[in-house]
Design a binder for this molecule. Structure first.
Ligand code: HEM
Length: 504
């Protein structure tokens, strides 16, 4: 009886799974407006790691350390590309091959795949998610916001907020207890971003401004990831997803984020009403958004401005917090390099407590250590494209409409590209070694026309912050705390990063 029952239950579950996965195919077709035309039968003939019946690779894929290692292992076996199956009929091509990365990154016409659309209710159709003519228009209008003359003005902000961070951490130093640094660094980078981009008088570190925003962003990135690798394929379709508990949560947290960004815009409008000459010291991103005009003299609409504020608020703080966290983790791990950075920083500072714009180019060893940390721990571990045209990879046709994930983290750990790939070796980034390397082998900020618009902003901020921290503290990792990578949209540490701080 028991056996009959188990067999019957097994058959029922299998049938249900089959129906659901078949449905997911139809749903995806509907979801992307019938543009998804990758030929399933054909994709089955392409190289793919051994897969499970029905599930394909679904159980191996995801954000965890074991998935990151799984991609690495498969890349070793299939160095050009391979196909992963989420269930029996949903396929994704993945590559971490330098040549293929170059080809795909130099083609801005490849749109972002539908998974980026899952971010729509949150960041709308801003620079990160949009494609085609809208992307070209916005990119051109927003590029002046990242000109060196504008970035220079932000140096006092990086110094001021770094002083605050050092002050807060001074109260926690020398206690013998380790400090979980990633939460502080999220508040820190949000504060910097709000001040630089929106001239806000925020105080996220001491007054905990923006806490609701930060919590909402954390929830939203988790919910996004759960939708990219869904336990229920029905969640791929918007009108079903937004009627589930997860969908309601996504809408709720998006609302929290929107209220926060509206607050920032309202604060600026009120300031402008109070006085025609606001007390700000510099031209910020919001000024540029509000005044930008395209070649026809048209500005951005209110909705477009809101979408860009939401996009930059997220992209500008979460990525940099991740980058900074991993840089400090690496320096705490590799103390000889920490000492060399400190020596350089102290020489540059010469007794002052302020990093100038001119000082940045003198922090060459520190910059090499930052670049090496971004290699081992790229804050954006994977990006994806949808093929707008068929391409040939390794002699095989990859059909138009196929989704291709580009494994930045996988390539950064590839022993075919990097000697002793797992070793922390900043000299990889000295002038001589950098010259020898293929520029597409190192892509923390992506490359080509859709590269990161904020990369210089981020690098300047990280350099100033690291200089202040190492000038004040010795860092040591908490060996009792296990650090595990977790690749949601941004690379984080699953249970945070704990560091012991002692005053220099
Ligand atoms: C360490 C920090 C950062 C890293 C590692 C990083 C990395 C990246 C990567 C890999 C992309 C390509 C994403 C894709 O194609 O899907 C990207 C795009 C982008 N980043 Fe960053 N980013 C950082 C900081 C920033 C900052 C500070 C800002 C803004 C202030 C910013 C704004 C953007 C925007 C708007 C895009 C979309 C650009 C486009 O498609 O034209 N990022 N970033």
């Amino acid at each position: 009886m028991d056996v009959t029952y188990s067999l019957f239950a097994g058959a029922l579950v299998t049938l249900l799974l089959l129906v659901l996965t078949r449905l997911s195919f139809i749903i995806r077709k509907v979801h992307v407006g019938v543009t998804w035309c990758a030929d399933i039968k054909y994709l089955r003939s392409l190289p793919s790691p051994p897969k499970r019946w029905i599930f394909g690779h679904a159980l191996e894929l995801g954000p965890t350390e074991s998935s990151i290692r799984f991609y690495q292992k498969c890349h070793k076996e299939f160095p050009k590309y391979c196909v992963y199956w989420i269930g029996p009929i949903v396929a994704e091509v993945r590559t971490a091959d330098v040549e293929t990365m170059r080809r795909l990154m130099l083609q801005p016409e490849n749109p972002k795949p539908p998974a980026y659309g899952f971010l729509h209710k949150w960041i709308g159709d801003g620079l990160l998610t949009t494609s085609g003519a809208k992307w070209r228009r916005h990119r051109k209008m927003l590029t002046p916001a990242f000109h060196f003359d504008i970035l220079k003005q932000y140096i006092p902000v990086y110094n001021e907020v770094s002083h605050k961070l050092v002050e807060v951490w001074s109260g926690l130093a020398d206690s013998g207890e380790s400090v979980e640094i990633t939460e502080y660094l999220h508040s820190y980078t949000l504060d910097v971003l709000l001040r630089c981009m929106y001239s806000s008088n925020s105080n996220c570190l001491e007054k905990k401004d923006g806490m609701d925003y930060l919590k909402a962003v954390k929830q939203l990135t988790d919910l996004f990831m759960a939708r990219v690798y869904p336990s229920n394929p029905l969640h791929l379709i918007d009108w079903i997803y937004f009627n589930t508990t997860a969908g309601h949560q996504f809408l709720h947290y998006s609302d929290v984020v929107h209220k926060f960004s509206e607050g920032v815009i309202v604060q600026r409008r009120e300031e402008l009403l109070k006085t025609s000459k606001p007390a700000k010291k510099y031209v910020d991103f919001l000024d540029i958004l509000l005044s930008a005009k395209d070649e026809n003299g048209e500005g951005l609409t209110d909705t477009e401005i809101r979408e860009e504020v939401d996009t930059f608020m997220f992209e500008g703080h979460d990525t940099t917090a991740s980058g900074l966290s991993w840089v400090l983790y690496c320096l705490a791990m590799y103390k000889q390099h920490q000492e060399m950075c400190r020596k350089e920083i102290r020489e540059v500072l010469a007794g002052r407590d302020y990093i100038t714009w001119e000082n940045l180019s003198k922090l060459s060893y520190t910059t090499m250590c930052i670049k090496e940390s971004l290699r081992l721990y790229p804050p954006v571990p994977y990006i994806a494209k949808e093929l707008s045209e068929e391409i040939i990879l390794d002699g095989q046709r990859i059909p138009k409409g196929t989704w291709i994930a580009l494994g930045i983290i996988t390539m950064h750990h590839d022993p075919l590209v990097w000697d002793n790939a797992e070793e922390f070796d900043p000299t990889r980034f000295n002038a001589e070694n950098s010259k020898k390397r293929d520029p597409f082998a190192y892509l923390p900020f992506s490359a080509g026309p859709r590269n990161c618009i904020g990369q210089h902003f981020a690098m300047d901020e990280i350099r100033v912050t690291v200089a202040h921290i190492l000038n004040k503290f010795h860092l040591e990792v908490d060996k009792k705390h296990n650090v595990e990578r977790y690749a949601v949209a941004i690379l984080s540490a699953r249970t945070g990063i704990k560091v012991k701080l002692s005053l220099v």
